[in-house]
Design a protein around this ligand. Structure first.
Ligand code: TXE
Length: 486
């Protein structure tokens, strides 16, 4: 199988059920980060393409898509999920070559995308309003309705999963979507549109406009015809998105990454914890919003955890995505420079590298590779322990007792996910309550992806919840009807 079959019009937009070139004909070059070579061109959509996409979405709401019952939508969304499963190899290869994700991880993302569609497809006709007891002579009830046109700005780190959790939920509630994938990674967004189209999604219900953030992205977030915006990306861009949306008084869901801790107490089951501690830092080469980039370890087991994590790090291999190593390259040379900047701050800041992984022998020279790096004895106040690195770098920080663990855990601007490792039931509950974070995992981390589990941030990690039924509430609005019948 080749990465590009001729059926995927990679340099087109998908608008109103048609594959169309961008209005001004411009293109963006897409690179394979495993080799640093050009992969293909994608469309450089602009505000004109966004206008067309928003019009098409509005027409879909006024047309066939808006007329479908919840059960019909659910059946269609489930069908798209089934078709994704049928084309898993194709999707996985597209993602691996586009963003450098090791093939097995890319495959898991395709499975997660299918799982979102399966979950949401099944939920479509199970979301409903309520009746409210009120004054004599009234029937009062609520209706759950779509926002209308929803805008989806998706980053490059988990395109398929993020499309699943946001576009999947928005379609389920009957919204019509305009999706702007990241300029570094948009092939699986186009492939998703192709699959949805072939499954019979009415035209205009999903539109995809690739392009730069400051052009197509900004045009989408400030568009007066958009009724809800879902954004996943950096804090700096999240601020711009929220400002743009506020001009039109449009609700926004922001997922802006984090500096998530896993906290290991002296009584933890370290055999069980170890793979979670390491994988949650190096999965997708650390380019994960919920990466456990801080490992807090109680003094009594500190040396043991450092030694065992170091041993695991030394076994990690880094190579081309299609070779399916522990880690692939980072998404781009730009991201590699960002991560190397942090690593040189470690060198000059006198921080000890406890262990690193290794490159494969035949590493392509121009790939965006960095070694997974474990840093120990890092002060909780150091930028390496506070800032999101978005690369395969974990810091280990010692602590003494619950109080200090909580203070360090809550000591960054972020609060997306936290893990707690302890056998003490009372402490599990105290920690779950005290940590400021959208998700807390006790004696596990990530819960296998958790399509069903509401997910979102605290502080600068953002606001609003995606995944699970919560996302369906977020992608809908509530209307109250008070009907006086005398
Ligand atoms: O993010 P941006 P970048 C973090 C991570 C990373 C850093 C920079 O720390 O190192 O952000 O990555 C679109 N209006 N995360 O520069 O700019 C852009 O086209 C509207 C964490 O890639 O936030 C892309 O589709 N949209 C994160 C998306 O925003 C705009 C995932 C993300 O790009 C826009 C990615 C604008 N003005 C990076 N400017 C996570 N939470 O998982 C850009 N975009």
């Amino acid at each position: 199988m080749t990465a590009f079959d001729t059926k995927l019009k990679n340099d087109h937009c998908f608008i109103d059920g048609n594959w169309v070139p961008p209005v001004d004909g411009q293109k963006i070059e897409l690179f394979d980060p495993s080799f640093g070579t050009k992969l293909c061109d994608i469309a450089q959509g602009t505000s004109e393409d966004i206008d067309l996409a928003v019009d098409a979405a509005q027409n879909a709401l006024d047309g066939d898509w808006g007329q479908m019952t919840a059960a019909e939508r659910g059946r269609l969304i489930s069908k798209i999920g089934m078709e994704i499963l049928n084309r898993i190899d194709w999707l996985a290869e597209l993602e691996a070559r586009d963003v450098g994700k090791p093939l097995t991880q890319a495959r898991n993302d395709a499975i997660a995308l299918a799982r979102y569609m399966e979950f949401y497809g099944g939920a479509a006709d199970k979301i409903h309003g309520q009746t409210i007891p009120y004054m004599q002579g009234y029937n009062v009830y609520t209706l759950r309705e779509p926002h209308g046109v929803t805008g989806h700005i998706v980053p490059w780190n988990y395109p398929m999963q993020i499309i699943g959790r946001s576009v999947g939920a928005a379609l389920t509630m009957g919204n019509a979507c305009v999706l702007k994938p990241a300029e570094e990674a948009c092939l699986t967004a186009l492939a998703f549109a192709k699959i949805a189209d072939e499954c019979g999604l009415p035209k205009g219900a999903l539109n995809v406009v690739p392009g730069y953030g400051h052009e197509a992205g900004a045009a989408l977030t400030s568009h007066k015809g958009v009724n809800h915006i879902s954004f996943t990306g950096s804090v700096a861009t999240g601020v711009k998105v929220q400002q743009a949306a506020s001009e039109n008084i449009v609700p926004v869901t922001l997922e802006l990454g984090g500096k998530s801790p896993q906290i290991v107490f002296n009584d933890a089951d370290i055999d069980r914890a170890l793979p979670f501690l390491v994988n949650a830092g190096i999965q997708n080469a650390g380019q994960t919003c919920s990466a456990a980039s801080r490992i807090l370890v109680e003094r009594g087991v500190y040396d043991d955890v450092v030694n065992r994590m170091s041993e695991a790090y030394r076994k990690l291999s880094v190579g081309p995505a299609m070779g399916d190593h522990s880690l692939g390259p980072l998404v781009s040379k730009r991201q590699k420079e960002i991560v190397e900047g942090f690593l040189s701050a470690a060198e000059t800041g006198d921080i000890t590298i406890s262990a690193q992984g290794h490159f494969t022998d035949d590493l392509p020279e121009d790939g965006a590779y960095v070694l997974p790096t474990l840093l120990k004895d890092v002060s909780p106040d150091h930028p390496l322990a506070k800032d999101e690195i978005f690369g395969p770098v974990q810091v280990i920080i010692p602590f003494d007792g619950e109080e200090e663990a909580i203070s360090i855990a809550n000591g960054t601007d972020y609060g997306l996910v936290a893990g707690v490792w302890t056998e003490n039931g009372g402490r599990q509950m105290r920690m779950a309550k005290a940590i400021k974070s959208g998700q807390i995992f006790i004696n596990n981390y990530g819960a296998g992806g958790g399509v069903e589990l509401p997910f979102g941030g605290h502080g600068k990690s953002g606001h609003g919840r995606e995944k699970g039924f919560e996302a369906l509430y977020g992608f809908s609005t509530l209307k109250t009807v008070a009907n006086w019948h005398g």
